[in-house]
Ligand binder design. Sequence first.
Ligand SMILES: Cc1cc2nc3c(=O)[nH]c(=O)nc-3n(C[C@H](O)[C@H](O)[C@H](O)COP(=O)(O)OP(=O)(O)OC[C@H]3O[C@@H](n4cnc5c(N)ncnc54)[C@H](O)[C@@H]3O)c2cc1C
Length: 456
Amino acid sequence: MHRRDLLKASALLPFLTAGATAPPDWAGLRRGLSGTLVRPGDASYDQARRLFNPVYDAIRPGGVAYCASSADVARYVSFARTTGVPLTPRSGGHSYAGWSTGSGLVVDVSRMNTVAYRDGLATIGAGAKLMDVYTKLAAHGVSIPGGSCPTVGVAGLALGGGIGVVARKHGLTCDKLESVRIVTADGRVLDCDERHHDGLYWACRGGGGGNFGVVTSMTFRTHAARDVTVFFLHWPWARAAKAVKAWQSWAPTAPDELWSTLHLSREHTALDVSIGGLYLGGQAALERHLAPLTAKLGPPSSRVVRGVTYLRAMQIMAGGPAVRESFTAKSHIAYGRLGADGIAALVSHVARPGRHAVLLDAFGGAISRVSPGDTAFPHRRALFSVQYYQQGTSRSWLRGVHAAMRPELGDHAYVNYIDPDLTGWRSAYYGGNLDRLARVKSTYDPDRLFRLPQGI
Ligand SMILES: Cc1cc2nc3c(=O)[nH]c(=O)nc-3n(C[C@H](O)[C@H](O)[C@H](O)COP(=O)(O)OP(=O)(O)OC[C@H]3O[C@@H](n4cnc5c(N)ncnc54)[C@H](O)[C@@H]3O)c2cc1C
């Protein structure tokens, strides 16, 4: 091989994988598509390649394909299969590890974002953002259980589970998934439900994004969206340990209608402990449920309890428009309550200098009434999730607090808080569901077209 040929071939190396037969014809790829392919040098390239987290702004994909239909997606999948260009699906772009971009082709479904409602079912384009889903469904007086960030994509959320503010009453997002349309590695467009491709349907409810194909549409069962009550209570930092102890006994066993989250945070020198949440009912009944908690903790230093419409509650729980800021995160899923040592370790790590937070979200209720093997999301018997969040690009505080909590919390973690430096991630994310997930993977993607560093 001549030196020039060698150079040409090595330029292709990042794109070529075993079994690839043809060099990528990017220009040809543009023909016959209803969506848009953005390439380096195009005016919109820098915007198109960005994820939510600026930590990944330096990554430069070979192309970002905004798909308009399942047929577009199938075309890109076959391009990746025949050329060996690595393919990465993207919906809302909120992957904690930046695994919805890469050096190859990003297949973006964000323009496939329609929300159609009929007879209690919502059929939602895979790239729809959560706040758009809530807003469009509110016009029909219904909703689906989702997460709190307004710009998270519905596909990325539901594929990994979907923890949200009505989960104790209505379940995880994936629990309401009736059927899913997905483009598999062989380019087929499959409609999966209990009776068709049931293994793949099962895997799409907690198996995690980026593993089995590109989802293009999801149909969910909806629930009625009636007025609710939201609450936010703050206590002085001196009550932090007491708050953790009281909350973890109260929150996972509260009535299903009551969901809550406990936050411990440090922002420069300011330390804060708060318990907030949402009650699917009126203010007077909520006050009765809060009474045992406030009796243990003493009167809050600040207190807001307010009746609002369901949609307004989703906007409030979102905490305003999502702002792009660099962060890193790790998680635990807690199957038991923290003992005195665990609580002391948690509180003392939050008190260390920096800008970081720990967020505990209550499980129980409808989440726990599904068996661990009924969907691919295994953590049905857990009491709450624990998310460690650090602003900026460093992971040092995260690693310290995670290691300190391991003796108490073990190794369970949530795949949607995907963690690039988690060891033992297979069992941490999937528990006893790992073997079945591996079988689904080998049935639908035997050559591993869909890969990610923590891929099944
Ligand atoms: C600010 C913020 C708030 C959050 N709040 C919550 C919350 O309240 N509850 C909760 O459960 N989680 C929450 N998360 C985590 C969130 O659920 C995950 O990050 C989720 O994977 C994001 O989905 P996405 O579509 O936005 O991300 P993306 O980065 O687009 O995708 C995430 C993963 O899924 C894959 N993927 C994306 N689209 C598809 C598709 N169409 N088909 C197949 N695979 C696909 C990607 O390749 C990637 O591996 C939050 C995240 C952030 C950043």
